[in-house]
Ligand binder design. Structure first.
Ligand code: CUK
Ligand code: CUA
Length: 667
């Protein structure tokens, strides 16, 4: 595979040309100094063996110290279970948000509230310690990003998380017993009315058991689509107003919501309409083979507006795990669900910014198939179907829904839009990004990427108004791109400039903290986070914590039997109280408040051997409970280097064995 694919001659670039173009060679200062600077720059270029493309790319991605990036990109962390936030175009990582996996630096999953949240979303009673985050989606108002919330799914455990962009922390994790894996989420409707989550691997509904044979698979196993209702004022999903739709046991893959022309509808594609389920040691083909027989699978077309109405009508839904479930039969009869044949075991489905077209990426087919929503709607209105699937769902004929097919290349997976009439599709097998025209459906250019590209991300691509300046290719393999750091290689996130007529590669970002699947990027100025917390804020509820200790004179220790409440304040550079003496077996609640209101004056609260670590941002209150079964002396200390006397910001937790003399009485 050719790495850079550049031809200097064809682009007619010279170092001097690039520098001149960037206004670098001639400084605003006098000509003599300018010439000297130019020489110095040229020396660096020579020493570092750079060519004109390198220099141009470096200049386009470099952010001078103190200057923030114009875009923020939110990348899923794959089986790290987290979300990674970076700046574009510098590709500097700004934060890893703890979502489905505990994250000690943020104290996420260590305080009582986030620990309880992770536990409550774990189905087996034991707290899950990982997730598989795939598809981040930014909240929208009128079809554009509003910078308020981010949602993400956990494919492994069928969970959906709500992240507040007020503080870039996870605020809610929900889960429905209806499914136990998801992939077609999270995708939001244009006003974030609903967050779509669809299952990937069919299972018996409601976490029950059914044997795995064809009859049982066909009759008992089901796919599910959940439409989680989002309450924007609370910033939380409202399970009681959410609903689900039962689906045939196909493997539903990705989703996207309609907008403008297709508002009120959503689309989910599928593979394995063969209903294969593996069994390679039982004489059946492995799933990859069994699921790849049919030339067409089914694009699922949902009328979610209609479904929301039907979910309120008595007798049309049943309650499962506290959620309204619309049975498959009702969905088919009420005009909630339709199928359109789609080639062939496709992967991503992406609605164009005008909402008129639905692009299905072929995966095993070399095309992006472009369906017309107007045609789909006309067929539905005319009740023009070519038949029904074995579960009674009406099928719209391929030709009745088709707008056209773009011949793209090998392994089309995901498509993004620049808002200027072009679409960009990742080609996994070719390791290329193809740029093609939405008007002519013809490829205009391909650029090699390194290597095996999955998703792409153009800022604002899934909104009505993509910004379209950059494209990030999220590559799965990086083989020869970076210094070898052992058999587990970093992922390669490649920044590509798409602002001009030709695409050109700007930057390779090695990512060694997770495997991003999808990413979304937003203009930075649209995100307006807090710089500090209001005094005593609970970071999970965003309300004043009932146990907040807003000033040092309120710091205290209260004992009620064998329960001890420690109301602690933190300020540079001490904790109050700094000696906490308890008895073996006591339950100790630490209620810690950072009473600072200075930006970045973050403290920590770490207790060794008891697995406690909190991140205490200015104004935050956090609670952590431990049962002190192990006697001894345990230093606690501030875990964030906050001041010159940070090391002195410490104290002692004394756990007195039964019958011992107390420190106080011995004094
Ligand atoms: S998926 Cu990973 S490359 Cu989960 Cu959207 Cu396509
Ligand atoms: Cu407070 Cu270190």
């Amino acid at each position: 595979m050719k790495a850079k694919g550049k031809s200097l001659a064809s682009k007619g670039l010279t170092i001097a040309g690039v520098l001149l173009a960037m206004g670098l060679l001639i400084w605003s200062c006098g000509p003599r100094e300018g010439a000297q600077e130019g020489t110095a720059v040229q020396q660096i270029i020579k020493q570092r063996n750079l060519d004109p493309d390198d220099v141009k790319a470096a200049l386009e991605t470099y952010m001078p110290p103190g200057r923030p990036d114009p875009y923020l990109i939110f990348m899923s962390g794959g089986h790290s279970g987290q979300v990674i936030v970076a700046g574009l175009p510098s590709m500097r990582i700004l934060k890893v948000i703890g979502v489905f996996t505990p994250e000690p630096w943020q104290g996420y999953g260590f305080d009582d509230d986030t620990k309880a949240m992770l536990k409550a979303s774990s189905p087996q009673g034991e707290t899950l310690t990982w997730g598989d985050s795939h598809h981040p989606n930014l909240s929208q108002t009128n079809g554009d990003y509003d910078g308020q919330f981010l949602f993400i799914n956990d494919k492994a455990n069928a969970r959906v998380a709500v992240i507040s962009l007020k503080d870039f922390t996870t605020h809610q994790i929900v889960r429905s017993e209806l499914m136990n894996s998801d992939h077609g989420g999270t995708f939001v409707t244009p006003n974030t009315e609903y967050i779509i989550e669809t299952s990937q691997y069919p299972v018996p509904i409601g976490g029950t058991y059914a044997p795995l044979n064809q009859k049982s698979f066909d009759d008992k196993y089901r796919g599910i689509a959940v439409f989680w209702k989002f309450d924007r004022t609370k910033g939380l999903i409202d399970k009681s107003q959410s609903f689900a739709i039962e689906l045939p046991p196909y493997m539903q893959d990705l989703s996207d919501a309609g907008k403008l022309a297709s508002y009120g509808w959503s689309f989910t594609n599928s593979f394995d309409t063969e209903r294969a389920y593996g069994g390679d040691m039982e004489g059946k083909p492995p799933l990859e083979q069994g699921a790849s027989q049919n030339e067409y699978d089914y694009l699922h077309v949902f009328n979610w507006k209609k479904a929301a109405e039907v979910a309120q009508q008595d007798g049309k839904y049943r309650m499962v795990d506290g959620m309204r479930l619309i049975p498959l039969k009702v969905a088919a009869e009420e005009g909630i669900l339709y199928f359109v044949p789609e080639p062939k075991s496709p992967h991503g489905v992406d609605v164009t910014p005008d909402g008129k077209y639905i692009c299905v990426n072929g995966k095993l087919d070399t095309h992006v198939t472009v369906f017309s929503f107007a045609k789909i709607k006309a067929a539905i209105d005319a009740k023009k179907f070519e038949g029904r699937d074995p579960y009674g769902v009406p099928i719209i004929a391929f030709k009745d829904a088709l707008h056209g097919q773009a011949e793209i290349g090998l392994g089309p997976l995901h498509t993004q839009f620049d808002g200027r009439g072009y679409a960009y599709t990742s080609l996994f097998i070719e390791s290329k990004v193809a740029k093609w025209s939405l008007e002519t459906l013809k490829v205009v250019e391909k650029i090699p990427v390194q290597y095996n590209v999955g998703h792409l991300c153009i800022p604002g691509s899934n909104t009505e108004h993509p910004w379209g300046q950059y494209l990030v290719a999220l590559d799965k393999w990086s083989i020869d791109r970076f210094k070898n750091v052992g058999p587990l290689l970093p992922q390669d996130e490649q920044l590509i400039d798409i602002s001009g007529e030709h695409m050109h590669l700007l930057y390779n970002m090695p990512l060694g903290v997770g495997e991003p699947h999808y990413a979304q990027a937003i203009r930075s100025d649209l995100v307006k986070p807090w710089s500090i917390y209001k005094m005593g804020t609970n970071a999970l509820t965003h309300e004043i914590d009932p146990n907040a200790t807003p000033s040092e004179d309120k710091a205290r220790i209260e004992r009620h039997g064998n329960v001890v409440d420690v109301y602690m304040t933190e300020v540079r550079s001490h904790m109050r109280p700094d000696i906490v003496e308890v008895n073996q077996g006591d339950t100790v609640h630490f209620h810690v408040t950072n009473i600072e209101q200075t930006q970045d004056a973050t403290h920590g609260f770490g207790v060794g051997e008891y697995d406690v670590n909190l991140s205490m941002e200015p104004g935050k209150t956090a609670n952590v409970t431990i049962v002190v079964n192990r006697p001894g002396v345990f230093p606690f200390y501030c875990t964030e280097f906050c001041s010159a006397l940070h090391l002195e910001m410490a104290g002692y937790l004394l756990v007195k064995p039964t019958g011992a003399t107390s420190t106080a009485s011995a004094r």
